[in-house]
Design a protein around this ligand. Structure first.
Ligand code: HDE
Length: 712
């Protein structure tokens, strides 16, 4: 019986010459024949099974007859389906949703006085790295823009081994002791009986836990600030949070805190924008990072350090071992020591972004830990979780995790061993193989800290929280009072929003009670926003808040840059739009550093007034103004009238206005603005005044906010 032709017939065509070229490359990669041969996906001209058997038909399973049962014998079908069935691995228990990029770090200032670590002493050296940004609470398939802390984890492939700086975009953490981490995470994740909310802290269990755990309040107030709703991963700061140690050649220890500062400046969204972005584009931050890197706009961060001695730490008004505290920049200034550039998107999301395994105990000689009890717990947790996630003690052999310097020891075997160690010697000491790996005096040494001095008290062992950790409110107060009035309003509103989702009244009351310790005005605003008749009592506290000097470095607005560099501008057009105006706005925005996208009712584009056809980058219904930093609306009279009946067009301008963005409009577009009820202000400019538009587009119109939103 004649076989029905199938699409696979095409794949039986002779392999193309390019495929042979890549096959050569694969052969080259296989080395001189000594190493095990590995087929790299996509680098072989013909399709094979996992055993290297050429496949002749990738469309049809093997059947007893054309309409008969499929045969168990069909090992090709079984292999394919079985591999597919096992594609997923457990997602990270926290930070499941992430996006990453390759890049490098270049040291500009040596820390040789403080450390022997080559990565921090060899000025001009470029160290390859891999950086993963993440949300914390949501699953791997959740959204990019919930209110949440962002992970900021960097793996430096140094000459002396991998150094992982596994930080967050907020410089403090919710809890002081690793013992509380599973409780914190259980409380913030979806509730166990109902399975929601996904990726949100606005629910009873989170606020129940934090309101019973006063140490969380400093980080909670950061998480209620606009830091938790960033505009882009490219525009977040990063913090190692804990104090670490640097050790110099003389064995002297200096404490260090690490800070990443984005060269594009900080930038946040407003909450309504963030919430709408979750519908407009689940992948907003991932797409933003990908598109910027693909466009050659490689994001950069300065690495800065705060260095301090044990004696200086002894004089701080708080305990530097307490991760709920930061060291204000005014107390210990930041020294910039180098720059990170992210310039390459991973080739494969699973192999790299998903399988990368960070751990704070990945460090190099010249570095060590502090006694921060949160850090100490992390040292256990990360390698432990990699075992359940990646399934084998050999996860360090995965290409994304393997050091780029030589590594050797007598650890052997285990699931998925990828190496083939040679010889008899798998132990040490040994004399049979003089080339087998030995310890070296130059290797990693722990700082010889003495119990009874410095950080470590001479005291009986106990399960006790140090008294020096007891002040839970002073830095929260300092943070709140250091914000601009706009940011303070956002914080108060975030508390109101989140607690309005809390169904249990006494939890809401407890939260407001804590806020009274931080700032009475904040507590009152939140109580009003929640519709409370009276202010609840503040809970008892061992250490009442002290007033600390304001620290403008804690603001976001103060750290935003008036720039279009790395930002995006959307231009809404329709048939008949003025070609010259579209062109002049596009040119000006691009030369100011922005990426420009054309939005039209049809993705095929629109015919402009000069008869030319301009293709759209996005269709109006799927490209709302949330995805831009500023918008221009260029419409003919007829084009505008056609859009008055299109709510996506009205929303385009209304949302841009509500999200405090600059809008350039020509005469036609004014009809749309009028329909949307938009009043003119400094951010609404004539499309002909390109300079005014670019100036307004570089910032958000904070003064407009009181007109568009009832903030707490
Ligand atoms: Fe993590 N954390 N964490 N964490 N963390 C994980 O490790 C943990 C903490 C951070 O992109 C897990 O590989 C404990 C602070 C980032 O792959 C896990 C404690 C900070 C990432 C884990 C903390 C972080 C993680 C889950 C309290 C900022 C994502 C998957 C003692 C300094 C890394 C994994 C990536 C991931 C444990 C607290 C940052 C379970 C026990 C503080 C950026 O091991």
């Amino acid at each position: 019986m004649a076989r029905t032709p199938t699409p696979d017939d095409a794949s039986r065509m002779p392999p193309n010459p390019d495929a042979h070229a890549t096959e050569d490359a694969a052969d080259h990669q296989r080395g001189n024949g000594d190493e095990p041969q590995q087929m790299v996906a996509g680098q072989h001209a013909t399709m094979t099974t996992n055993q290297g058997l050429d496949i002749s038909d990738n469309q049809n399973s093997l059947k007893a007859s054309p309409r008969g049962p499929v045969l168990l014998e069909d090992f090709i079908l079984r292999e394919k389906i079985q591999h597919f069935d096992h594609e997923r691995i457990p997602e990270r228990i926290v930070h499941a949703r992430g996006s990453a990029a390759h890049g490098h770090f270049k040291l500009t200032r040596s820390l040789a006085d403080y450390t022997t670590a080559k990565i921090l002493t060899e000025v001009g050296e470029e160290t390859p790295l891999f950086t993963r940004f993440s949300t914390v609470a949501g699953g791997s398939g959740s959204v990019d823009t919930p209110r949440d802390v962002r992970g900021f984890a960097v793996k430096f492939y140094t000459k002396e081994g991998n150094w992982d700086l596994v930080g967050n975009n907020i410089p403090v953490f919710f809890i002081q002791d690793a013992m509380k981490f599973p409780d914190l995470v259980h409380a913030v994740k979806m509730e166990p009986d109902r399975g929601y909310p996904q990726a949100a802290s606005a629910h009873d269990t989170f606020w129940d836990f934090v309101s019973l755990t006063p140490e969380t309040f400093h980080t909670v107030i950061w998480a209620m600030s606009d830091r938790a709703i960033p505009r882009s991963f490219r525009m977040v700061e990063g913090f190692g949070i804990h104090s670490f140690r640097l050790i110099n050649a003389a064995g002297k220890s200096t404490f260090v805190k690490y800070h990443w500062r984005p060269l594009l400046g900080l930038q946040s969204t407003v909450w309504d924008e963030s919430a709408k972005l979750q519908a407009a584009d689940n992948d907003f931050l991932r797409r933003d990072l990908f598109e910027a890197i693909q466009a050659g706009k490689h994001p950069q961060w300065e690495l800065a350090v705060q260095l301090f001695t044990q004696e200086e730490a002894d004089g701080f008004p708080f305990d530097h071992l307490d991760s709920t505290k930061l060291i204000p920049e005014e107390l210990v200034p930041l020294t910039v020591i180098g720059t990170m550039t992210l310039d390459r998107w991973p080739d494969n999301f699973f192999a790299e972004t998903e399988q990368v395994a960070f751990c704070p105990s990945h460090l190099v000689p010249g570095m060590d830990f502090s006694n921060d009890p949160l850090l100490q717990g992390r040292l256990f947790s990360y390698p432990d979780t990699q075992l359940s996630r990646l399934g084998s003690v050999n996860f360090h052999q995965l290409p994304i995790n393997a050091p780029k310097c030589p590594f050797a020891n007598q650890q052997r075997d285990g699931h998925m061993q990828m190496q083939i160690p040679k010889g008899r010697v798998n132990y040490e000491p040994s004399s049979l193989d003089p080339t087998s790996a030995r310890a070296t005096p130059d290797g990693f040494r722990s700082f010889a800290e003495r119990v009874g001095t410095g950080d470590v008290d001479d005291a009986p062992k106990s399960r006790i929280r140090a008294e020096s950790f007891a002040d839970h409110y002073s830095q929260a107060r300092q943070f709140y009072r250091s914000q601009t009035k706009y940011e303070q309003a956002h914080i108060a509103s975030a508390f109101v929003f989140e607690n309005s989702k809390v169904e249990t009244l006494h939890i809401r009351e407890r939260v407001v009670g804590h806020l009274r310790h931080i700032d009475e005005d904040l507590a009152q605003r939140v109580a009003d926003g929640l519709g409370m008749e009276t202010l609840p009592d503040a809970p008892p506290t061992a250490v009442p808040a002290r007033d600390m000097p304001e620290s403008p470095a804690l603001q976001i607005i103060g750290k935003m840059k008036d720039t279009l560099d790395g930002r995006s501008v959307g231009i809404l057009i329709n048939d008949g739009s003025a070609a010259a105006t579209v062109q002049s706005i596009r040119q000006a925005a691009e030369s100011a550093g922005a990426m420009v996208k054309i939005v039209a009712p049809k993705v095929g584009g629109a015919t402009l007034d000069d008869g030319s056809k301009l293709a759209a980058d996005g269709q109006l219904a799927g490209t709302p103004s949330m995805v831009f930093d500023a918008v221009a609306v260029i419409l003919s009279d007829d084009g505008a009238i056609a859009l008055l009946g299109e709510s996506a067009a009205i929303d385009f301008v209304r949302d841009a206005f509500g999200h405090l963005k600059a809008i350039a409009a020509d005469a036609g577009a004014q009809k749309l603005l009028d329909r949307a009820g938009i009043e003119k202000d400094a951010g609404i400019v004539a499309a002909s005044d390109v300079d005014a538009f670019i100036k307004a587009a570089k910032t958000r119109q904070w003064e407009r906010e009181k007109k568009v939103r009832m903030l707490a």
